[in-house]
Design a protein around this ligand. Sequence first.
Ligand code: NAP
Length: 330
Amino acid sequence: MRLYNVAVVGATGLVGRKMIQILEERNFPVGNIKFFASERSIGKEVEFGGIIHPVEQLTERSFAGIEIALFSAGATVSKEMAPHAVKAGTLVIDNSSAFRMDPNVPLVVPEVNRKMIFHHKGIIANPNCSTIQMVVALKPLHDRWTVKRVIVSTYQSVTGAGQRGLTQLEHELANRPVEKKFAHQIAMNIVPHVDVFHPDGYTKEEHKMVNETKKIMGDDAIKVNATCVRVPVYGGHSESINVELEKKFEMHEVREALANAEGIVVQDDPTTSLYPMPVAAWDRDEVFVGRIRRDETIASGLTLWVVSDNLRKGAATNAVQIAEEWIKGR
Ligand SMILES: NC(=O)c1ccc[n+]([C@@H]2O[C@H](COP(=O)([O-])OP(=O)(O)OC[C@H]3O[C@@H](n4cnc5c(N)ncnc54)[C@H](OP(=O)(O)O)[C@@H]3O)[C@@H](O)[C@H]2O)c1
C-alpha cells in the first residue's frame, strides 16, 4: 500500500489531538508524520503508532517532503502558512475559516459533495462544525424534495471553542479563577453569541451557516436563518432545524430517506424517549437525527433535532475522510 507523509498543524489543540486519534483509529496510510504547533509547545511530545514524536514549531520550511497537511491552528496561521505548504507541493486540508468561501477552494463534506475534492488547487476547506452536521441531515431531503428554507437554532458545546472554551467551563464548575473565552460565564448559563457580531446583528458563526450551506449543497437558492448559541456541554453540538421543502412528502418517506442516507443514524422513538443527545453522540462519527415531525404551519415543513460530535464529524473525522477520498480517487 502506498504510504503518505503527513503533517498535523495545531497538533496540541482539541481538533489536532482528535485528528491524531482518528488517523490511528482508521489506519490512515501514514509514512512519515510530523506534528506542529506554536512556539509555546516546544518540548511537548505526541505518541503515534507506538513512537514518541516531538511537537515542532511551525515555520515556512516545515512542509518539505509532506504530502498531506491537516491544518487546525486557526485562520491566521492557515492564511500565513497554507500558501507555503502549497508551494512545497503539499495538499492542505484546512479546518479554519480562512479559505472556506474562497471560490478557488472546495468546501467539502464527503457525504454531500465528495466530487469537489478533485477540483482543488492545493487547499481543500473543511466546513464549520455546525454546518457540517446540518448539511449531512439536509442532503437526503434536498435530493428528493428540494430544501427551500431552513431555520436553525444551535446548542453548541464548549469544545467548539477550543481548549480555552473547555478550560473556562471546567474552571467555572470547580469555582476556580479562569481567563474567559466566552463573553460571559458559561457554567449554568446559555450564551446566544458564537464568534463575533456583524453590523447586521447576526454573528459570524450564523453567517457561516448561511453561506457555507449554499456552497456545500451547490445551491444558492437555499435560504438559511441561523441563531447560534453556546451551552454548557463539554462535547457535541445539537441543532433544532426547521426545513421548508419544495415538494410534498410523506413522513414515512422522510424517515426512510434519512435512515438510508450516508453518515446518518436515525434515533427517533418517543415511546422509549429515544432521541439524539450529545452524551450519546460523544466520540461517534455519525450525525444523529431524531424528533422528526411535520411542521403543520406551512405546506411542506419538517422539524428535526440533529446532534453530532463537533470534534469528530464536525472537524477531525471530516478532514481525515477528505484525505482518504483524495487518496482513493488518485
Ligand atoms: N473545536 C471545534 O469543534 C472545531 C470544529 C471545526 C473547526 N475548528 C477549527 O479548528 C481550529 C483549531 O480549533 P481547536 O478547537 O483545536 O483550538 P485549540 O484547542 O485552541 O487549538 C489550537 C491549536 O493551534 C495551535 N496554534 C496556535 N497558534 C499557532 C501558531 N502561531 N503556530 C502554530 N500553531 C499554532 C495551538 O498550538 P499551541 O498549543 O502551541 O498554542 C493548538 O495546537 C480553529 O481554526 C477552529 O475554528 C474547530
